[in-house]
Design a protein around this ligand. Sequence first.
Ligand code: BTN
Length: 259
Amino acid sequence: MKSQNVATEIKSLLKTRFVGRQLHYFPTLSTTMDTARELVKQGAEEGTVIIAGTQTAGKGRIGRSWLSPEGSLAMSVILKPPLKNLPHLVMIAALAVVGAIKQVSGLDAAIKWPNDVLINGKKVCGILIETEVAEGKVNYADIGIGINVNFNAGDLPEIADIATSLSHESYKEISVVQLAAALMDELERLYLAARDGIPVHREWQQRMETLGKRVKVDTGRTIEHGVAETVTENGNLVLRRDDGNLVEIGAGDVTVIKE
Ligand code: BTN
């Protein structure tokens, strides 16, 4: 399909006020995150969206790479939120993905803290947020969302054991155009609600499969063990260590310990 057609089709389905109204579609990009940053430099408006059919150098969290073969949805959304809403973006993005997946495929996805989206215990989506804050103001918060839509993750040795896709889980091809539009609708709805002061962490918490489980959390500086007890309003994980003390963790990689 021609780039112009994809962008026009997605826009024709959108119900948003501003997210996706400026939409840039590329059949292939190195990474939508770099294009987003370039567009911010050129003065892109809040809500500008960049979508790539495939990425040749997709970026994951903590310096990892992200595979975006044909059949992926790779999207970056440029937001300029008030500083107080910055911690909410992780939750908003994950909830928007869960909602869009349900709408378009009927599948129930779960969230693994902080922002992986899983189906049947396997990763179907990753979220990466890049921000620039100066003098107490958010210059940009680029939300990168990668969803495995119509390919078989089992064919890719790097992710075969840990990942899945929407087509694999639903036994049918999923419309990337419909998924992209639903995702933007959900994202804007949740973002505007958060800006109006409506807490997002409760719904996020309900969707989280990590809570109540014994986990190992690699924070990059320390390894914490304990039971994932709850989350705070800003999305931090509250862990009960074996000595009974509680510790609040802002970022890290969680592994659920099978008992
Ligand atoms: C992760 O789980 O490690 C985060 C993966 C984020 C992938 C998305 S795909 C769209 C955007 N562009 C990128 O290069 N990365 C994010």
